[in-house]
Design a protein around this ligand. Structure first.
Ligand code: FPP
Length: 265
């Protein structure tokens, strides 16, 4: 691209840079599926005597950084909580701003995400969104549909209970037994597997009706860092913490170690 060409918010390295994973400081086992609760925008702004809107704007920048770093480390599925079904209760001006940032972000990110091989989908009940937001969502989803490097799921007007209920309803409507395997096919995240690592910024220690079903065995990382301050180093730290966890899935430590020493595992 010529130096005078358009600048995109995403500057993912070319796939060649993926070899970084072999370096001494590498993060060899980046979790496959990461979910993030981006909390603390309001407090970040308040601490600087700035309007909450500024916190959300900086929050969008932090999301850019996360998408770049996660793709660089080989994360396959990244799901972020942009707007919960409970966030409608916020003051109307803040809800409007979040909608604007969301629609603008989708429009600005479409081309760079496509170039970076990132496919974007929005999960949640979009029927409540203004028409302009729905159009922006659909355009971005269409424009990035071919991305194979990473799937970025933006949870908007999403709630974990809503997801389980709508999946169970559709499963029953299809005449299928409501079993874990069948229900999984109807979740908003169908086909993306389980969350390996959940990160929540902003110091709160709860899951706030996020991906309740999908995070049944997730490792949960809480950090005091406010979302606008969350950067590449913060994400690397979370990944290193994850690498130190022993995931037992209900088994004993001995069983896990025996299984992981089997040839081919
Ligand atoms: C939580 O901070 C953050 C949100 C409710 C919104 C997160 C949204 C973004 C970062 C923008 C998303 C935009 C796109 C394009 C996906 P808070 O307001 O609850 O902070 P507080 O707990 O400090 O008040």
């Amino acid at each position: 691209m010529p130096a005078s060409g358009p600048t995109h918010p995403f500057t993912l390295p070319t796939p060649m840079f993926a070899v970084r994973q072999d370096s001494a400081d590498s993060l060899l086992r980046a979790p496959r599926n990461v979910a993030v609760i981006m909390d603390g925008n309001g407090r970040w702004a308040k601490a600087r005597l700035r309007p909450r809107a500024e916190g959300h704007r900086q929050g969008v920048k932090a999301l850019h950084r996360l998408v770049e770093r996660a793709a660089e480390l080989g994360v396959e599925v990244l799901t972020v909580f942009a707007f919960s079904s409970e966030n409608w209760k916020r003051p109307a001006t803040e809800v409007r701003l979040l909608m604007e940032l969301f629609a603008q972000g989708l429009a600005r990110w479409e081309a760079p995400l496509r170039e970076a091989g990132v496919r974007l989908t929005v999960i949640g009940d979009r029927s409540a969104f203004p028409e302009s937001v729905v159009r922006a969502i659909e355009a971005c989803e269409r424009g990035t549909a071919g991305g194979e490097r990473m799937l970025l799921q933006i949870a908007a007007n999403y709630g974990g209970r809503w997801d389980v209920c709508q999946a169970a309803r559709r499963c029953a409507e299809a005449g299928e037994e409501v079993s874990p395997e069948n229900l999984e096919k109807y979740l908003a995240t169908a086909g993306t597997g389980e969350v390996d690592l959940l990160i929540r910024t902003g110091g709160e220690q709860r899951v706030s009706n996020f991906l309740l079903w999908q995070m049944a065995y997730a490792e949960i990382y809480f950090t005091e860092t406010l979302w606008p301050d969350f950067n590449e180093a913060s994400f690397d730290e979370a990944v290193r913490w994850y690498q130190g966890r022993e995931r037992r899935f209900g088994m004993t430590s001995e069983q896990v170690r025996a299984a992981s020493s089997l040839p081919g595992l």
